[in-house]
Design a protein around this ligand. Structure first.
Ligand code: EPU
Length: 422
């Protein structure tokens, strides 16, 4: 397995191009199944998770190809099977999107149940509830979800759960409802820009979805969808990660291609922490200042501060003098990074889903272990600040969700190298 070696102490400076959004492109690739003709996703991000979704579609007989420029063509006319096997689903939870897409397309699906996850329990009860309300019969047997529906029928579906709305359940219900009879209304829908982008893609295919990106989404079922062309929104989590890295290293960077409208909560928090953030001609500039201040944070569903940036923000607070508190409201157990940050010298005390950070300790490089995608990004940020060498093991996690991160960071002045495994 590849590792990253980082020599800390460099301030990030310069420009970085933000890639297309992982959490939008994955459901969009599954949504392309619903068309009667091929779809093209332009400039899809070069990520392991995208490769996995393409393999899942290919395993079902779909022709999925990527061009040299990164455009992915999905031809659903060659679809032969409605099974998403365990060997692929276990690699990536968002494989669950083929459940809604296959139900919408064929009225049946056999999808391996996604298993546990290092960021905590990730149930799919809301997905199942929503799809059942559209008329699907769903059984779980031998580790698989077996779903069937003679005719999906629109319904009112409430998708609020104990931790708020669900991105995945909202998308899965949308995918199944676009070709259902009558009208579906999703209440307490997830408002993430990713959901709105999937709806935009489906509408380009001929679907009739309104309200996506708000808590009430209305879907008028139609008989047939056609293929289309689409460029996915920029990745707000990748953008936020670079913004936080710039702040932590005392840097000054400009993000090209990010959408500041998707980053409001992050910008507000960074400003509260004494970081200068400005928008200039389509770029977001982030300048760290000497007056950084400890800042409390609670993660919430969009438009709140994203759980996917909680760990990275904690790295920033670790190197900011003073005491701050981070509360995780989406995944109460998403704190695997805390122990590894402590190996670098962080002083963090946990109490249930809340972390108390006594910041301003000087970090010193050490070997650390990445546990998941966002935790890996956090260790990179900490390594960039730490004195000496930080060796990050298991960087395959980061290849799932960050495009070419070491080269993007190196262009900004970071001293980072990938050590290839044999
Ligand atoms: N939940 C339920 N029941 C369900 C579904 C979710 O209780 O049936 C709970 C979850 O346990 C969690 C909350 O609802 O507490 C929100 O989960 P959600 O369904 O919104 O998460 P997801 O769709 O599985 C996506 C992203 C995650 C991101 C979350 C929250 C994708 C592929 N994944 O997951 O991204 O953390 O939304 O914003 O879109 C990442 O990119 O690193 C990542 C983990």
């Amino acid at each position: 397995m590849d590792k990253f070696m980082i020599w800390g102490g460099e301030r990030l400076r310069g420009e970085v191009e933000i890639s297309a959004c992982k959490n939008a492109v994955l459901p969009i690739l599954a949504a392309a199944l619903l068309g009667e003709t091929p779809s093209v996703i332009n400039k899809a991000p070069w990520l392991k998770d995208v490769d996995t979704m393409m393999l899942i579609l290919q395993a079902m007989g779909v022709t999925a190809r990527r061009s040299f420029e990164g455009d992915i063509t999905i031809d659903p006319t060659t679809l032969q099977s409605w099974e998403a096997p365990y060997e692929l689903v276990r690699k990536m939870r968002s494989s669950i999107y083929v459940l809604g897409a296959l139900l919408g397309k064929l009225g049946k699906a056999l999808v391996s149940l996604p298993g546990g996850c290092v960021i905590g329990p990730r149930p799919i009860d809301l997905h199942i509830k929503g799809l059942t309300q559209l008329g699907a019969t769903i059984e779980k047997r031998h580790g698989y979800i077996i779903a069937e529906a003679k005719q999906l029928r629109g319904a009112r579906v409430f998708l609020g759960g104990p931790f708020g709305s669900s991105v995945g359940a909202t998308v899965n219900v949308m995918l199944a409802a676009v070709k259902a009879e009558d009208v579906t209304v999703i209440e307490s829908a997830a408002c993430e820009p990713d959901v709105a982008d999937v709806a935009l893609f489906l509408n380009k295919m001929g679907a009739k979805i309104t309200g996506a990106g708000t808590p009430t989404v209305t879907i008028e079922g139609i008989k047939e969808l056609h293929g289309t062309q689409h460029e996915v929104i920029p990745d707000r989590i990748e953008a936020g990660t670079f913004m936080i890295a710039a702040a932590a290293t005392g840097g000054d960077i400009s993000l090209l291609g990010a959408d500041p409208r998707h980053l409001e909560a992050v910008i507000v928090k960074l400003r509260e922490a004494g970081v200068e953030v400005s928008e200039e001609e389509g770029t977001i500039r982030v300048r760290s200042t000497a007056a950084r201040t400890p800042t409390d944070l609670t993660t919430l569903a969009y438009p709140g501060f994203p759980t996917d940036l909680q760990a990275q923000f904690m790295a920033l607070m670790t190197v900011t003098p003073g005491v701050s508190r981070v509360v995780e409201k989406i995944y109460p157990d998403r704190f695997m990074h805390v122990g590894e940050l402590a190996r670098l010298g962080a002083n963090i005390t946990m109490d249930s889903n809340s972390a108390l950070i006594r910041g301003g300790t000087s970090l010193s490089g050490a070997p650390v272990m990445a546990s998941d995608l966002r935790a890996s990004a956090t260790l990179i940020i900490a390594g960039l600040v730490a004195e000496g060498e930080t060796l990050i093991h298991r960087v395959y996690h980061i290849d799932r969700g960050y495009v070419d991160i070491e080269n993007k960071l190196a262009k900004l002045g970071a001293k980072i190298r990938r050590l290839k495994s044999n």
